[in-house]
Design a protein around this ligand. Structure first.
Ligand code: CA
Length: 99
């Protein structure tokens, strides 16, 4: 994905936001939705320090069902950032010095 934003002038927070968008598109491709297998790959490749690897299908099914708010069996970007918000919030609790 190419963008025309002046990345070098962005703040770290803005760069992080762009990273979230980029990683979503890396796994969703042009369809802009994550299937269950895409979600598993994304978590297992990109979030291993924050989330334990998703190994069993039961965990994946549960997580997918929790995230898929509109029940269309795909994770759209809005549903994906709910996961990011959830994990970031949980991380925040793990770093008491940063409060
Ligand atoms: Ca959905």
């Amino acid at each position: 994905m190419t963008n025309t934003f002046p990345v070098q002038n962005m703040s770290n927070l803005e760069k992080s936001m762009v990273s979230i968008i980029d990683v979503f598109h890396k796994y969703s491709g042009h369809k802009c939705h994550l299937k269950k297998a895409d979600l598993k790959d994304l978590i297992n490749n990109e979030m291993t320090h924050f989330i334990l690897k998703v190994k069993d299908n039961e965990t994946l099914d549960q997580l997918f069902t929790d995230l898929d708010l509109n029940g269309d069996l795909e994770i759209d970007f809005q549903e994906f950032i709910a996961l990011i918000a959830m994990v970031t919030s949980a991380c925040h609790d793990l770093f008491p010095d940063h409060h």
